[in-house]
Design a protein around this ligand. Structure first.
Ligand code: FAD
Ligand code: FES
Ligand code: FES
Length: 487
């Protein structure tokens, strides 16, 4: 069974195609057409809905998450409250403060994008007591409008989200929490085509009994096979109920992140240890995609243009692979074996990712080159991690996306160990190595020549940003460890 609240109503789904998206369920089965379809690929935000879920151990109440319903399968609804644009007004005439602000600020013209903008803003309305313009822009990063222009929409969000939050969802919160808590206690999750194991043993059994099934996490890649390539998926095995794959822990030496953690949920702790990587984390897709997309999915899909694999390769991360009866650890740099291919064996999955913490004299930078600032895949991604002592290079690690068939690194940069980092020749040698080693391809995102030039230019930029003593602003592991004691 898939059980969830559609606003306040308990819905039980016993039988549904595994690959039915939430958008098609709403529009075609329930005839709730307020949620729009624009691109069906997670790029426009017209289909945005909000999922409210129990906040977890650290906080009480509900956590509100905007997601793209076009790239979400029904299994993602289990145990949550689904809120759509139809649920926002209370009574016949009382618009939600977010809707009213859109009218007051003239935030809508043709109106096609409006439900999506309202739902993204509604999630923000429930996330913070006061919000800045940056918070609004960040929250609306997945929504496109082609006629109104963004200023009135941003004004509407600033106005409504800085009012005291007061709506029927807050009034009903206690009741909603009670209902969701009851759902969380029920053990018969899943339907015939959707399996939701809760332990490694169950996961291994499910994979062995259904060898043709597909594993699904956030579905932000997998759903595109259905909506863009028009493929069918008969059996899905969801990691949504695998609590052991959603844990984050840290010790003196390493940060361990469960593969089923959405990118947005781990960004705060990740950036606590690696603050210089904020740009790449914040420019990963859009907020609704980051709310769903998992770190494990970003690795397992083995895309040569995924953003986190180059970062994690440069950080020398390892992946823990699980098969139920045994686990093995593989350096991420050895995980990818070819275009979209990995060392994963039949019946094996990515359980977690272990990232060594950097030493105090290590500087790390990640650069993402893409056509759009937000919600766009990289044409080139370059990540460098440099350790120096008195300006002498003692270690250098790298990770790249978009320049080979797999996410990769450049071992030749290690020849710079022992050289003076401040020396322009050191920069020039590294630059030449990068240009010589890679043979990127032309595609719609960038030409091979552009990618090669980018590699050299980004390396130059890294050197400019880091080669003087003044630019050495190391991450102090000892001070951040204190703040992470709760994890
Ligand atoms: C609009 C849009 C923008 C995007 N922007 C970016 C971007 O900026 N940067 C970027 O890197 N990516 C981007 N992506 C791609 C995608 O969001 C990421 O790759 C995401 O991390 C995939 O994770 P998921 O949980 O959604 O994976 P899913 O779609 O659920 O799964 C992807 C694949 O991995 C497999 N899989 C999932 N979890 C596991 C596991 N634990 N073990 C083994 N196999 C597993 C699935 O079977 C499937 O084959 C974007 C996607 C969209 C739709
Ligand atoms: S329809 Fe465009 S993001 Fe879903
Ligand atoms: S109001 Fe027309 S697309 Fe936004």
């Amino acid at each position: 069974m898939i059980r969830f609240l559609l606003n306040e109503k308990l819905v039980t789904i016993k039988d549904a195609p595994a690959d039915l998206t939430v958008l098609n369920y709403l529009r075609e089965r329930l005839k709730m057409t307020g949620t729009k379809e624009g691109c069906a690929s997670g790029d426009c935000g017209a289909c945005t809905v909000v999922l409210a879920e129990l906040s977890g151990l650290e906080a009480s109440g509900l956590h509100y998450r905007a997601i793209n319903s076009c790239v979400t399968f029904l299994s993602a609804l289990h145990g949550k409250q689904l809120i759509t644009i139809e649920h926002l007004a209370s009574g016949k005439n009382q618009l939600h403060p977010v809707q009213q602000a859109m009218i007051d600020h003239h935030g809508s013209q043709c109106g096609f994008c409006t439900p999506g903008f309202v739902m993204s803003t509604f999630a923000l309305y429930h996330s913070a007591d006061s919000v800045s313009r940056d918070d609004v822009v960040h929250s609306l990063s997945g929504n496109l409008c082609r006629c109104t222009g963004y200023r009135p929409i941003i004004d509407a969000a600033l106005d409504s989200c800085n009012q005291e939050a007061k709506d029927q969802f807050i009034t009903n919160e206690k009741h909603t929490v009670e209902q969701l808590s009851k759902l969380a206690g029920q053990t018969d999750a899943g339907t015939q085509g959707i399996l939701m194991p809760t332990t490694s043993k169950e996961m291994a059994e499910a994979l062995s009994q259904h060898p043709d099934s597909r594993l699904v996490a956030g579905s932000t890649d997998l759903a595109l096979e259905v909506t863009q390539q028009l493929s069918s998926i008969n059996t899905l095995i969801s990691v949504a109920a695998m609590t052991e794959m959603k844990k984050v822990s840290v010790n003196e030496h390493e940060l361990s992140i469960g593969a089923a953690c959405p990118i947005n949920d781990i960004s705060a702790i990740f950036l606590q240890y690696f603050p210089s990587l904020s740009e790449i984390v914040e420019r990963f897709a859009s907020l609704p995609i980051r709310n769903q997309a998992t770190l494990g999915g970003n690795i397992a899909n083995a895309s040569p243009i995924g953003d986190m694999p180059p970062v994690l390769i440069a950080l020398q991360a390892k992946v823990i692979l699980d098969k139920g009866d045994n686990q093995r650890t593989v350096p991420l740099s050895d995980f990818f074996t070819g275009y979209k291919q990995t060392v994963l064996e039949q019946g094996e999955w990515v359980h977690s990712i272990v990232i060594p913490l950097s030493s105090a004299n290590t500087q790390i930078r990640a650069y993402k080159i893409s056509k759009r600032n937000e919600d766009d895949i990289s044409a080139v991604c370059a990540v460098f991690s440099l350790t120096t002592e008195n300006n002498k290079v003692t270690a250098i690690h790298s990770g790249f996306g978009g320049v080979a068939a797999t996410p990769t690194r450049c071992d030749q940069l290690r020849d710079l160990v022992g050289r003076n980092w401040a020396d322009a020749d050191t920069m020039a040698l590294g630059q030449q190595a990068l240009i010589d080693v890679f043979t990127p391809i032309d595609d719609v995102r960038a030409s091979a020549e552009y990618r090669k030039n980018m590699l050299g230019n980004l390396w130059h930029r890294f050197w400019l940003e880091t080669h003087t003593q003044e630019s050495m602003i190391p991450v102090r592991v000892d001070s951040v460890l204190e703040g992470a004691a709760h994890a």
